[in-house]
Design a protein around this ligand. Sequence first.
Ligand code: ASP
Ligand code: MG
Length: 414
Amino acid sequence: MIKVLKFGGASIKNAEAIENVFSIINTFKDDDVVIVFSALGKVTNMLEEVVDRYVQKSSTVYEKLQEVKDLHYNLINKMFDQDHDIFNIVNNLFLEIEWVLEEDPNTEISYDYDQIVSVGELLSSNIISAFLKLNNFENQLIDARDIIKTDNQFQNASIDWSLTTEAIKRHIIRFPVITQGFIGCTSENFTTTLGREGSDFTAAIIANILDAGKLIIWKDVDGVLNADPRFFDKTILLDHISFTEAIELAFYGAKVIHPKTIQPLQKKDIPLQVRSFNNLKNNGTLINSDKINNKRPSYIVKENQVLISISDKDLSFIIEEHLSFIFSLLSKYNIRVNLMQNSAVSFSICIDNEKYKVPELLGELTRRFNVFYNDKVMLYTIRHYNDVSIDTLIKGKQILLEQKSRNTVQYIIS
Ligand code: ASP
Ligand code: MG
């Protein structure tokens, strides 16, 4: 049976962690596996910082890049002999970043972002593939840019399913395969990325096209919990949920699964198991097409939100024409609305505070409307709420906006 395994950054953060991943992979000897890796823990954030400093033309950009280099060289110094070819491979990957840094930033920041940040996944996958080979685990490293074909919406590229299907069928013929999550390639051969945490989505695309029997996403938590342990003391493992419930949880911001991951699996009825790489006794969460009647409240927190309230300069009603203008701006900047609400005189949206997009959006909106905004707000969602769950959640908090539907209640909290 073909199984797709996906390991995120936390599972490969150092040499011991990679050894542990190796022992997990070894238990899948009898399966045809495709193994998808993210960048090493924290590396994507560090590379984003490199991009920021490059765009600001700060001279400290090379210091930040040096931190990324140190992290990788410390690791391969531990794992390989000095004459191993991996040192050349890693040198060359860093050269690719340096070539970008030598030129002036592009007018399209997202393009530079993708060229720099994608290197994180190329580094981790090359290192792990070489390490497995060193330990007699033969594998084929496939560059995700040869199989994941996208449009040129840099930083948030969409998949070209027909080209991707054709490429996956052509390239993935022998197992085990190792590849990168999160990155893809345009038809002009430019590297793209699929959006933060997009590796899960890559794994789901591959599972879909290969008609895999299962996708397993390995996490540093036991599975899908009913609440984010960073914000809530008591959490419960959801051992079995439906695809639909998983889509809802991801949509509202549950960090454990990337929102785009479920649909490709649901289409082919491929079960997803989310389990812990630290706790192999636990089976984690199974997500499939079974109908499960879960009425237990789930709590989701989305941080770093902006609440924007838009009204007419002369306080007249927001009419359809205004809404269509606002939506065309949102679509122009490719901004997803996490919550919206309208009243007689204003229209409010809550969006992620993306640092390159939000200032530009606000700039365009203020030219035509009165605009108020609160940044650094949080969006709290309870699925399957009840009175007790609401009381516990909102106690002592300042609520800026509330929205309730049959299954879900949401609060914007400052
Ligand atoms: N490395 C990327 C990120 O941290 C993609 C991923 O981990 O899924 O966003
Ligand atoms: Mg990650």
